[in-house]
Design a protein around this ligand. Structure first.
Ligand code: GRF
Length: 189
């Protein structure tokens, strides 16, 4: 049976779009009510939910609302694709092992919000893309899959960004498929 996927994104949502074009997505969640990803969801006919941390008393209450949504939709897998918040203990307690994140660098190198730029400025010979399980740290969870990109020293930052995003779009759906198959096997044990 198809696994039920939710995607979380804070901004542009190009990875969400690639996922939604290849899998049924139950809904996209954004922590910004004006995020472009919500526009993409509308165009693709995917349900969306958006609310902001500042609308709640604290992060616990915010994440309780997220858990409620996930529970209501019986979500099997949460794919973070440019979700710019650290996942807190409330969400982790409910869904740990079922939340994966895509990071635009070859972890453990260059974690954090500026993985592409940081690798570029460090003038390293390679970077890449990593998909990992989400834990309480910033880009520290168990690595599921990662691939490298050799950096040509003549590339601009924009060129590197294009290469990283192209690899993300190519890699993420395959990893999601593998994880869904794994969940299916666990569910039918
Ligand atoms: C991607 O580079 C992803 O790896 C990172 O945030 C970016 C999101 O881009 N976590 P988009 O919103 O999917 O276009």
């Amino acid at each position: 049976m198809a696994k039920r996927i939710a995607v979380f994104a804070s901004g542009n949502g190009s990875n969400f779009q690639v996922i939604a074009e290849q899998f049924p997505v139950e809904f996209v969640f954004s922590d910004h009510r004006d995020a472009y990803v919500l526009e993409r969801a509308k165009n693709l006919g995917v349900a969306s939910h958006a609310f902001e941390l500042k609308e709640f008393d604290n992060k616990e209450a915010y994440e309780e609302a997220i858990v409620k949504l996930l529970d209501e939709h019986q979500i099997d897998l949460v794919c973070l694709a440019g979700y710019m918040k650290i996942v807190g203990p409330t969400l982790l307690a409910a869904y740990e092992g079922r939340i994966i994140n895509i990071h635009p660098a070859y972890l453990p190198n260059f974690p954090g919000a500026h993985g592409i730029r940081d690798a570029y400025e460090a003038k390293v010979s390679f970077t890449g893309v990593t998909v990992h399980y989400v834990d309480e740290g910033v880009d520290t969870g168990e690595i599921i899959h990662q691939e490298k990109i050799d950096i040509d020293p003549s590339w601009s930052l924009d060129t590197l960004e294009e290469h990283v995003h192209a690899l993300e779009y190519q890699m993420f759906p395959g990893v999601i498929q593998t994880i869904c198959e794994q969940i299916e096997r666990e569910d039918t044990k």
